[in-house]
Write a protein that binds this ligand. Structure first.
Ligand SMILES: [Zn+2]
Length: 108
């Protein structure tokens, strides 16, 4: 028998969501340009030159999709492997939120 859809609990106000959305956009924007290399170009270069191991360098998970994460948020992208970590989506997500929260603090 079909399950009743549960109403989504809205813990945040629309204003709060808009503020977070803006902070996410701002924290990302700073990263999209820099040193003449785009985010996409760098990640292509990274995966071509340093094939991913498939193991997260943060939590050690090997059963999740991994991607390179730049470790110097807010600064121009570099082509130095040591500036990147291979992280699973879960660790990426956590790091993203840390950046967003830091940005919110700065602009609050
Ligand atoms: Zn991880």
């Amino acid at each position: 028998m079909p399950e009743e859809p549960q109403p989504i609990r809205r813990l945040r106000t629309p204003e709060h969501n808009a503020k977070i959305g803006a902070a996410v956009a701002a924290s990302r924007n700073g990263n999209w340009k820099g040193a003449g290399a785009s985010y996409k170009a760098i990640h292509k270069w990274l995966s071509e030159n340093f094939p991913k191991s498939g193991v997260c360098e943060s939590c050690g998970a090997s059963d999740r999709r991994t991607a390179y994460a730049f470790q110097h948020h807010g600064q121009p992208y570099t082509r130095l492997r040591e500036h990147y970590r291979e992280w699973c989506w879960s660790c990426h997500h956590r790091a993203d939120w840390k950046t967003v929260r830091a940005h919110l603090r700065k602009t609050a």
